[in-house]
Write a protein of this length. Structure first.
Length: 369
């Protein structure tokens, strides 16, 4: 029945459109095509968000910049060089680039170059024919062929030997390879994403890495930030890891107090996000209570190495330095215990709030408004 009330009710219940009797088959076909296209677009947007935006947890400016670079570089066929310290999540970024590209339905293959013995490099990446060497009982595709039409991530690319660099350069230039023991050239269409924790430009200057290979790989260089460059993301990352642990273990996990999160924020995390995840997992396993506070966090954080007697002990004012170090650590401990609240921390230390700010600046500590 064609009336406004029925049409409004139908659309409120989720109907895409409303047809009146008698039906027009032509309008029905157009409507079905439009509805199908709209649904496909919505599903694709949802899949893209689930595929690459979710694993990169954080809302800091550094992560926003990285997501912007992925959105721009992802659809391009250009090679990308990911640069960042160990544990920053370079493979996650490589997968995000793959999922943001037209190759998303094709394979993503990751290879750790430092884990491949030099004598097996060609066989691992380019494959081999039956009888090519002792133990080659059948032909085998290499990683380039496995990633054909998709993305190949070459992790720790700086660890490649000079000979391996030459072999890789040829494949990148020609887009074709020859299996070990074979004579037939095989065309491959692979987008390469390389990753390293070394300064490749410095390695080129020191003649440890081929300059021509460097420029082939670094068409789009992307910096993956260290955790200390985005410390404001730590609470969000902790919440993410707690959710993962809850799903993996099937039990309730303890919650981190504000003081515990502040203690984590003040740690440098040389192992980056990987170190943070390991630390969160250790705290969850070793603390069966409902809450984790700054005391539990301090107990598992690595302690600074003791000062070595020698040149450091001969500094002009060792007592003054020792006093500064004691004051800094004492203020950090009180701030962590008070959840980063400057007013309560100042009262506990017997100082005016403004005096505490001034003292922290004198000690070279980070002061947040």
């Amino acid at each position: 029945h064609a009336n406004i009330e029925t049409a409004v009710q139908a659309t409120r219940l989720g109907a895409y459109d409303f047809l009146e009797k008698p039906l027009s088959l032509e309008r029905l076909l157009v409507l079905l095509r439009n509805a199908s296209a709209t649904q496909a677009l919505a599903s694709e947007n949802q899949r893209l968000r689930a595929a690459w935006a979710t694993p990169l947890v954080g809302s800091s400016p550094a992560i926003a910049r990285l997501l912007g670079e992925i959105a721009l570089a992802g659809p391009s066929p250009a090679r990308v060089l990911l640069m960042g310290e160990n544990g920053t999540g370079k493979e996650l970024v490589a997968r995000a680039l793959h999922e943001a590209s037209p190759r998303r339905a094709m394979p993503f293959v990751a290879v750790n170059c430092s884990a491949i013995p030099e004598e097996l490099f060609e066989s691992e990446l380019f494959g081999h024919e039956k009888g090519a060497f002792t133990g080659a009982t059948q032909a085998r595709r290499g990683r380039f062929e496995e990633a054909n039409a998709g993305t190949l991530m070459l992790d720790e690319v700086a660890d490649l030997s000079a000979r391996a660099q030459t072999k890789l350069l040829r494949v990148l230039q020609e887009s074709e390879l020859t299996r070990v023991g074979g004579s037939r050239s095989i065309r491959v269409d692979v987008r390469v994403v390389a990753a390293t924790n070394h300064d490749l430009a410095a390695a080129v200057a020191a003649n440890r890495f081929r300059e021509d290979l460097y420029f082939r790989l670094a068409v789009i260089p992307v910096h993956v930030p260290a955790l200390r460059e985005r410390a404001e993301d730590i609470p969000e990352l902790v919440e993410h890891f707690l959710g993962l642990l809850a799903r993996e273990t099937g039990r309730r996990v303890p919650q981190f107090t504000a003081g515990a999160l502040e203690a984590l924020r003040r740690h440098d995390f040389p192992g980056n996000v990987r170190e943070l995840r390991n630390l969160v997992e250790r705290l969850v396993i070793m603390n069966p209570g409902a809450r984790i506070g700054p005391g539990e966090v301090a107990a598992v954080l690595p302690r600074p190495a003791p000062a070595v007697a020698g040149s450091e002990a001969q500094s002009p004012a060792p007592l003054a330095e020792a006093v500064r170090e004691f004051e800094r650590r004492h203020i950090e401990a009180v701030l962590a215990a008070e959840g980063g609240n400057m007013t309560r921390a100042a009262a506990r230390l017997g100082l005016e709030r403004s005096h505490l700010y001034k003292k922290m600046r004198q000690l070279g500590m980070r002061v947040e408004a």
